[in-house]
Design a protein around this ligand. Sequence first.
Ligand code: ATP
Ligand code: MG
Length: 595
Amino acid sequence: MILWQDFRKNAIIKKLFKEEVVKLLASKMLLSTLKEAPNEAKIASHILLLRAGMIKNEVAGVYNYLPLGLKTLTKIEQIIKKHMDKSGSLEIVCSAIQPKEYWEESGRWNKYGPELIRFSDRHEREFCLGPTHEEVFTTLAKDLIKSSKSLPVILYQIQTKYRDEVRPRFGLMRAREFIMKDAYSFDKDEEGLNNSYELMRKTYEDIFDELGLRYEIVLADTGAIGGNGSHQFMALSEIGESEIAYCECGYAADTEKATSKVITKEVSTNLPNYSEVDTPNVKTILDLANYLNVKEEEVLKAVAYKDLLNNKLAVVFVRGDKEVNPIKVINKLNTTEANLVMASYEDILNMGSVDGFIGPIGLKNCEVLVDEEVTYMPSIVTGANLKDKHLKNVLYGRDFKGIVDDYRLVKAGDLCPVCGKPLQFERGIEVGQIFKLGDKYSKPMKAYYVDEDNKNVPYVMGCYGIGVTRTLQAIVEQYHDDYGIKWPVKVAPYHVVILPVNDKDLEQVNLANKLYEECKALNMEVILDDRSQKLGFKLKDWELIGIPFIVICGKKALDGVVELKRRYKDDNKEEVEAKNLVSLLEDEINAELRS
Ligand code: ATP
Ligand code: MG
């Protein structure tokens, strides 16, 4: 039997939850939190974004942004826009569809590997889905910039990019469709470019500072984009795919780019002539070093490549204790990552050698690239280009020559190229990269301005990218605990959630409603949890989603007291008088937003 009193109470509660259609009720938000993460997710940030129901996977490397995810994404975009606008850059939006002709003009249609998603329309005209927009912006600049008086110009957009990554993984970190903020600067000369570059570097610092990321700015390789100077912004994280070499003196570089100090010591020319030694069944550098009782650093390591773009073979020699850095080889050979493959057995035979026994003496039909450290090796053991045979007492200069440069990967124990102290290492997530392009695109694409002497001069360009969706996930990687995400207030999908412990208790519901309305009246981003679930269940959801302020209206509602949990901080629960709550929230939120 329902008592009349209960009936009346229930009716009031129903009305309270329903009374205003604009109320943001948890029951109507399509919350889709998961207890367990889908198998595909391996790292905390990916697991948590899926479990919190912020994103949803469609196919490998392709994600949909659900209501909560989109809220945060939009906030990150707004912060980026604010700082880009402050720098005087102009926002535009370009299509993802780009005609092949643009890419032929820049010379990248053939160079860009299978990452480029190409397609043709019904008239067999070819296009690609933009992985980046240098070609489009350079073409736009040709049409839009009518006079050199409008220079310098920085154009930017926040837009979706497509890259058919070999291994899409880690969710938004390495996706096949992702959102990038890309910007392109157009200047009259190098000096102008340097100013634009510095302006963007500073702007990026402001953006990543405001987003609350811990990051490092490092020297970077220019990769497929090209040009002659670049820095990356690395969010520090153990799961980062990039490795940073750094030194207390301030030197910091992506290991793709990093170099180390070469210990230059006089090499004696009195070394006896080289001689052949039998080395049956040795497979590795370590085997060989042990067999001949020498150190690994006295042995020469050979790595044979085929460059498909320029159709040539190359062997790179580094000290036996070091590895080849393929990025440096790609740059030297002026080829691309997709076009540099390991040489086959046959290729090696064509070089006059045998796989496993490659040495620099007598090699033919190939480029010989020699790491600079090799020129200081006092006595070298190297392959004899014959099966089961090596040579010892070999010397660079006396016995062989090659194209000497830095081809090695830095490693622990190497010394800083600037100050000579030991390099240190750390992992990072590349959230942004800036490049000095010079006239790499403007020259071939004929994007010119007319100078005082009436001459056509190519724009001196820079380009600047931020992985917006990668940044979103990098924030989660840096801001989470075992229970979920701990969004910094600036990018949290909502600021406050108010939950009555018992949704059948009139006092609790009444108070929760009252607080909700007061927050709303102050334009706070607040959710009212009207769900008929146990407190533990509801709390777990909000901890997982990471709402910064969780307000619990429990038994003490009767005495006008609620509990406040600051998820973004220490997570402790604090009792607060309900009458003080809203102004306290307002002050704290504003302080965070202003910081
Ligand atoms: P990576 O070395 O990680 O492949 P990249 O150097 O090729 O990246 P850029 O061309 O510099 O990338 O693109 C600008 C920014 O876009 C990067 O700094 C990164 O934050 C982001 N980004 C690049 N590729 C992806 C991807 N597959 N998924 C998500 N974000 C990406
Ligand atoms: Mg990059």
